[in-house]
Design a protein around this ligand. Structure first.
Ligand SMILES: Nc1nc2[nH]c(O)nc2c(=O)[nH]1
Length: 463
């Protein structure tokens, strides 16, 4: 049995239900689980591996609930830098049609490297385009190599432009192919155990790219794996065009669409939900349907401001998502939490007579709870998202003696993580393994990876 001791941290913020925070504390890990947390003097003084955490803040590894990792190949493409969702997608689908298995593997590792370096230990990814022999296995292999906990979602598109959908016909798949491949992936890779490093979820893309039949059949497929926690994921209510599409094609609101198709429940999480109305919030809360809130992307595409405080107050499970790297060109989970905090505050101030919370609309600790505990709940994981004995050893450490924290950490190290400029993690531990050490990725050689990624990005854009 190997052990890891994170010793003498300035502060350990557990984000357990009581939001317990320890000063001058240690965390003792055996194999992949936390065995003890508490005052440094009360914990073991040695272990197989010891991290000297003096002057560091320790938090639970952040949990990213929505991403499209392949999009890191198409960041900052000039033609769509200033586009809203539908024209942004129309501009990018033709480029993405040139994706290859190698591109998916490499871009997934780049996206994961970026997340790990920001203290994120678990990520979901929504891969919904499968040209040229691409398979979700390409992403899963990439995650295993780099050492990130992964919720791989088998996305899909089946309604092309000729059938009234948004994507060009050449990037959509047959629905029987989608369902058969999804079943294969669950049977091959999905792990329902405590500490699982790979989960597979079922994820038809969006109301404007899949049929209602596929939505229904996807839900039936996921739920046929009884007791194995196979979840459902899609995009919902992202912007006004998205709402108008549902109104015109289906004559209903996004929530009515989801309800009609069996897409509400504690095994479902929807990305964005910027335009969820009061009835939608109430129904999501009642059914414990989750939301992946993506503030940076929602700002980048001018989609709007999701009513996160109202969702949280109603009891909707809410996690954070950086979203795809082409609509949030910087995937940094601490920054995402910072932006969630800032956007919630400005959003409430824009509502007529709505400034009842003011700046306390979302506190730093609220936003960090959404980024950790909330994300775990949205992904259906009870073994990650907070620090406690028995939980998976997923942690992030931040060096408080850096310029970004100067004058902040002395007053409140936890709040400073979001109120000050977003730092890189000094250490990131996933499942008891040190994946980022002294600010550097320990599992993959980042220089050659980025070089290969950029060569592939140029190739893809030139197709
Ligand atoms: N932000 C995003 N929204 C989407 N909807 C959809 O169908 N695809 C996307 C996407 O890639 N990003």
């Amino acid at each position: 049995m190997t052990s890891l001791l994170i010793r003498n941290a300035a502060c350990v913020a557990t984000f357990d239900d009581a939001r317990t925070e320890w000063r001058d504390a240690s965390v003792f890990v055996r194999e992949n689980r936390i065995e003890a947390i508490g005052p440094a003097v009360d914990l073991p003084q040695s272990a197989d591996e010891v991290i000297d955490a003096r002057g560091h803040l320790v938090v639970p590894g952040l949990v990213n609930t929505h991403h499209h990792m392949y999009q890191s190949l198409t960041r900052a493409i000039p033609a769509v830098q200033d586009a809203e969702l539908f024209s942004w997608l129309r501009g990018l689908y033709p480029i993405w049609s040139g994706l290859t298995p190698e591109m998916v593997h490499v871009s997934t590792q780049v996206a994961m490297a970026e997340l790990l370096l920001s203290g994120c230990t678990t990520s979901s990814d929504h891969l919904y385009i499968y040209p040229n022999g691409v398979r979700l296995d390409d992403s899963i292999d990439a995650a295993r190599e780099i050492g990130m906990r992964f919720v791989a979602t088998r996305g899909s598109m089946s309604v092309g432009a000729s059938q009234g959908g948004l994507p060009p016909d050449r990037v959509v798949e047959r629905e029987d192919t989608i369902l058969a491949d999804t079943q294969r992936l669950i049977e091959t890779h999905h792990d329902a155990a405590h500490g699982a490093m790979v989960n597979v979820a079922v994820a038809p893309c969006s109301p404007f790219s899949v049929s209602r039949d596929l939505m229904r059949e996807s839900a039936v497929l996921a739920r046929s794996f009884k007791g194995l926690g196979v979840r459902l994921h899609t995009h919902l209510a992202e912007n006004d065009h998205d709402i108008a599409y549902s109104r015109e094609k289906f004559n209903c609101t996004p929530t009515e669409y989801a309800q009609d198709l069996g897409w509400l429940g504690p095994d479902v999480w929807h990305a964005h939900c910027v335009k969820l109305d009061a009835a939608g919030i109430a129904l999501f809360a009642k059914t414990k349907t989750g939301v992946a809130h993506c503030p940076c992307s929602n700002m980048r595409l001018a989609s709007g401001i999701a009513p996160i405080r109202r969702m949280l107050d109603a009891g909707v499970p809410v996690g954070l998502g950086v979203d795809g790297s082409a609509s949030n060109d910087g995937a940094h989970m601490v920054n995402e939490a910072r932006q969630a905090l800032l956007l919630a505050r400005v959003g409430r101030s824009l509502e007529p007579f709505g400034c009842d919370h003011g700046p306390s609309e979302m506190t730093a600790r609220d936003a960090l709870a959404v980024a950790t505990h909330g994300g775990a709940e949205v992904l259906g994981r009870t073994d990650i998202g907070h620090l406690a004995p028995g939980m998976c050893a997923d942690l992030a450490l931040f060096d408080l003696n850096t310029v970004a924290f100067a004058g902040g950490a002395v007053h409140d190290p936890v709040a400073s993580l979001l109120l000050c400029a977003s730092p890189q993690a000094a250490y990131t531990v996933v499942n008891g393994r040190v994946v980022v050490r002294e600010g550097r990725l320990a599992t993959v050689d980042l220089g050659p990876l980025v070089e290969r990624h950029n060569r592939l990005a140029r190739l893809l854009a030139a197709v």
